[in-house]
Every structure is written in C-alpha cells, then in structure tokens.
Design a protein around this ligand. Structure first.
Ligand SMILES: Nc1ncnc2c1ncn2[C@@H]1O[C@H](COP(=O)(O)OP(=O)(O)OP(=O)(O)O)[C@@H](O)[C@H]1O
Length: 305
C-alpha cells in the first residue's frame, strides 16, 4: 500500500503539493492525470523518496521512503527526463542496475531487450528519445520492482510501443502484485491501463475512484414524452445535467440504473434510451458537481460532450 496523508511539498513560497491524501493498494495501477504544473512529477518524486515532504507523510508498506535505502531499493522510477550514466550503453546500464537493485533479473533483461529490439551495445546517446524511454522501461521491469513509478512514460512513443509498454506493465502488476503509479496529461492514455484514476489539480487530488466505478457511476438517458412537460418532471431523480430540445430531454443521471429505468418507464415515455458515458464525460460531470470545469484543467485530448 502506498499511503499519502496530508502530504505537502513547497518550493520556497510556492506550494506544489497541498494536503494530498491517497491510498493505493498492492497490485494496483494508479493513474494520475493533470495539466502542466498540476504537481504530478512532484508527487512521484515524493513517492520515490527524491523529495522530502514539508508536511504530512508518504509511506510504502508502512515505511517512510525518504532517506530509506531498503525501501528505495524496491522502487523503479522512470522520471520524465530519463537519466543514464554518461558514455553508457544499455548493457552497461544493466550491469550498473544489477549492482544496485537487489532483484535485478538478467534473463528478463535479455528477453525485454529482444522484445524491444534494442541493441544493448549501442551508445545510449545515439538512441532516439522514444528509444531512451524504452531503455528506461527495460531497466525498470528487469529490476523486478515492488513499486514502479512512471512519469509521462508514453510521451514520445509510437502507438505500437505504447501498447507494448502498457501490456508489459499490466502483466507485471497482475503477476507479481507490484504497484504502479503512472502520470499523463491525457485521460484517454490512462483509461485502458489503470485500475484507479485520480485527477490532480493545483497540487491536490480533486477526484479519484476505481475506473470500473467511474464507468458505471453515471449514465446518459435520452427520453421523450407525448405530453407537455418541464424539467421538474425529473425532480425525483438524481440528475447531474439536463438539456431539453422540443419533446426530447438528455439527462445525465447517477444512481441505480435498473430502478431509474423502472421509474422513468412509469412516466410513459414514447422514447427512452440509456447510453453509456465515456470516461471523459464522467470526469466532466463529476468535476462540474465539485465546482471545477474540466476545461480549466486543460487536459490534452479534452472532452467530447
Ligand atoms: N524544483 C522546483 N523548484 C521550484 N518549483 C518547482 C520545482 N519543481 C516543480 N516546481 C513547481 O511545482 C509545480 C508542479 O510541478 P510539477 O513538475 O510537479 O508538475 P507536473 O504536473 O508534473 O507538470 P508537467 O505535466 O508540466 O510535467 C509547478 O508550478 C512547478 O513550477
């Protein structure tokens, strides 16, 4: 379990992470989505023990991580600007990792190098940005970490590589019960990989939930009646959003779907259709109810509502 309690990090007068709480269970892929400057990298650096919190705590399996080498040795951290030893190649980096990471797995390293078709002898300085990201991922997965933290990992990767990294991450987490935190600007990038999603905004988590709960928490209903009616007809329902055009209303609803269907049917509609929402739509409406606009957080691949 990764647990942050009232976590706060300041840079001088500026508070980058403010009173953040979260609990991430073992075997979970936790997606942290947020706009530029939201605090994603700062949170990951706190989780990886690179930064010390100014207030609050962050623990991995109950242990503080800052200046705690035994806990740090269980972590693989891929920062947004991946770092390698100067004049190094992947094989030399693997030798370095095997000396510092207690679970480094050479057969797995070779398997992954072949899978990614990277030449272990080639100088890292000559690899493309995307290839350097792949190299960092190989080293991270071959380290057999208990915790894997990836900052903007899919940036600069082509769709095939993105798919490969996502599937390797998912199988690693499900087979070994490791725990992953991945960050992105794009909700769409994370939704097919993560078990839980959190929206970070100005250093605080404003919305977090399991992806399955998010997907089923809200639904859209298109409904029409032959008689004159106003939006007051829907007062008994948990309506987050209603728009009416002629006799047809589009409703965004929360609550038990079967019961809602039954109650709406009792109003004798001439048309009634239940439609699923995309995750982006769910975030949009959930954030609206919290007083935020999805557009304020300025995510790439914004909502289509
Ligand atoms: N070392 C630092 N010194 C001063 N301010 C910092 C430092 N690191 C981060 N910040 C500030 O903290 C805020 C959060 O930065 P952070 O890098 O965590 O955001 P982010 O969500 O990862 O952004 P991006 O998506 O652009 O990478 C920003 O306003 C940034 O300027």
């Amino acid at each position: 379990m990764i647990k942050a309690t009232h976590l706060t990090k300041r840079f001088g007068e500026f508070t980058a992470i403010h009173n953040l709480d979260c609990a991430i269970p073992h075997g979970c892929i936790y997606g942290l989505v947020g706009s530029n400057g939201a605090g994603k990298s700062t949170f990951l650096r706190l989780a990886a023990g690179v930064y010390q919190a100014d207030e609050g705590t962050l623990t991995l399996s109950g242990q503080p991580v800052f200046e705690n080498p035994s806990v740090k040795s269980l972590i693989a951290f891929i920062p947004d600007d991946v770092y390698f030893l100067t004049n190094s190649n992947l094989d030399r980096m693997a030798a370095f990792y095997s000396a510092t990471q207690p679970n480094f797995d050479y057969p797995r390293y070779r398997e992954l190098t072949e899978l990614f078709r990277l030449d272990g002898k080639k100088a890292i300085s000559t690899l493309s940005k995307g290839m350097r990201r792949q190299a960092a991922m190989i080293l991270a997965l071959a380290s057999r970490p208990e915790y894997i933290f990836m900052d903007e990992t899919f940036d600069g990767l082509d769709p095939v590589m993105r798919g490969l990294i996502k599937s390797l991450l998912c199988s690693d987490v499900s087979e070994r019960k490791s725990t992953a935190i991945i960050t992105s600007h794009s909700l769409r990038e994370l939704e097919d990989t993560c078990d839980q999603l959190a929206m970070l905004h100005k250093g605080g988590i404003i919305l977090q939930n399991e992806v399955e709960n998010l997907k089923t928490s809200l639904y859209k209903v298109q409904i029409a009646f032959s008689y004159e009616y106003s939006e007051a007809l829907f007062a008994p329902f948990n309506v987050l959003h209603c728009s009416k055009s002629g006799s047809v209303s589009n409703l965004i609803l929360r609550g038990d779907e079967d019961r809602t269907r039954e109650k709406l049917r009792a109003l004798s509609p001439i048309l009634m259709e239940f439609l699923p929402l995309t995750l982006e739509e769910v975030f949009t409406y959930e954030m609206e109810t919290l007083g935020y606009s999805f557009h304020d957080v300025d995510l790439q691949g914004g909502p289509h509502v």
